[in-house]
Ligand binder design. Sequence first.
Ligand SMILES: Cc1cc2nc3c(=O)[nH]c(=O)nc-3n(C[C@H](O)[C@H](O)[C@H](O)COP(=O)(O)OP(=O)(O)OC[C@H]3O[C@@H](n4cnc5c(N)ncnc54)[C@H](O)[C@@H]3O)c2cc1C
Length: 418
Amino acid sequence: MPAANPTIALPETVDVAVIGAGFTGLSAARTLVRRGAKVVVLEAETIGWGASSRNGGMVLTGLKLGVNKLISMYGRDRTQRMYAASLASMDCVEQIVREEAIDCDFSRCGHLEVACKQAHFDDYARQAEVIAREFHHPLRVVQKSELGSEIGSTIYYGGMVDEVSAGLNPAAYVAGLARAAMKAGAAISEGTRVQSITRDSRQGESGWKVTTSRGTHWARQVFVGTSGYTGQVTPTLRKKIIPIGSFIITTEVLPEPLARELSPRNRMIYDSKNYLYYYRLTPDRRMLFGGRAAFFPETDRTVLQSAEILRRGMIDVYPQLRDAKVDYVWGGTLDFTFDIMPHAGQLDGIYYAVGYAGHGVAMATYQGQKIAELMSGDKPENPFVGIPFPGAPLGLYNGRPWFLPLAGAWYKVLDWVR
Ligand SMILES: Cc1cc2nc3c(=O)[nH]c(=O)nc-3n(C[C@H](O)[C@H](O)[C@H](O)COP(=O)(O)OP(=O)(O)OC[C@H]3O[C@@H](n4cnc5c(N)ncnc54)[C@H](O)[C@@H]3O)c2cc1C
């Protein structure tokens, strides 16, 4: 990670205060400063400390919900625009990586979704047909008999390949984004927790007083990119986000023939369950294997528990890894919304982009850029702005997710019966 100089004097007055130095906040900051705004990024911990440095590095097409569900929620036209945006979000990452020469192993290796049940596989053909017809985007259905060319596991009922998806090293990417934002002129302040944001006019100009653990700023506009770590500072937003833990193990470096057997085409792979596993090889030939092993966000306890749950899951998929040593385990927090959709725009006058539900590498970068364009006075195409943003049913949620054990159990039941 680049070091944001802890001793620099931070600007007291800025055009935009960005909260959170992950993909969302840094992408927004980079876009805003390139358009001439004076920007400070306020990060409670260190650059990339949140999900942005801890994820699986899968740069994926599509959204979390299936296309038929999206069409039923938003109609054909908006769904087409959402799908186009999700494809554009991957191009956006690729373009930034190129323009800023970020050394992060970006590669368009494609992704493979694998079916855990025959019914899931039967649905792949239907999905591929709708996606080809509605969005002109080709997906390839892979029969069980041919699956060996894609994955060295025999437990699945078939798969579906999207050649457009990519992989990258997320920590290297978020570090590069931070360098790019700083090079363009953004000030980044680490170890600076925002404690309150209140409306405050100065000489007749409306704006915000942003109080932090390191002092106070006056900002014309505020942008929040705090994802699964959203706290009390933005209470309305917090009540709309469910923080859910996701965990990853990586094995020791594997012999080349074994790595090739496990993933002959080096795809980004995930399965069709609600309690899903996602996995890939790293460029240094470790198996990186992730999942929602515990629903609660990361603590020493959930990380340790997850290591063993994930190791067992990995061996179910790949018995070949029975004796492979697990070198690393870590966890991070995802931001689910109640409709499992990304949301962006303005709440209580504050700009935000959240709700990536584990699909944030591309979408967070994209939303950061698009909302920054909106803040600078443009009207960018962004089909996620203006869609209904539901809170908890009956308002039974204050930002502390008491229902996570129930939700976890419910999804396990769904995976069992469907
Ligand atoms: C284990 C794991 C695996 C994942 N795998 C994938 C994947 O393979 N592909 C994919 O597309 N997505 C994946 N994701 C999701 C993806 O990482 C996130 O959607 C994305 O990183 C969100 O970026 P962000 O910038 O919005 O938030 P984050 O990177 O989480 O950053 C939010 C930041 O806000 C800061 N903050 C919070 N409150 C305050 C405050 N009051 N003051 C100052 N700073 C504050 C936090 O310290 C944090 O650094 C994964 C996530 C996890 C946890």
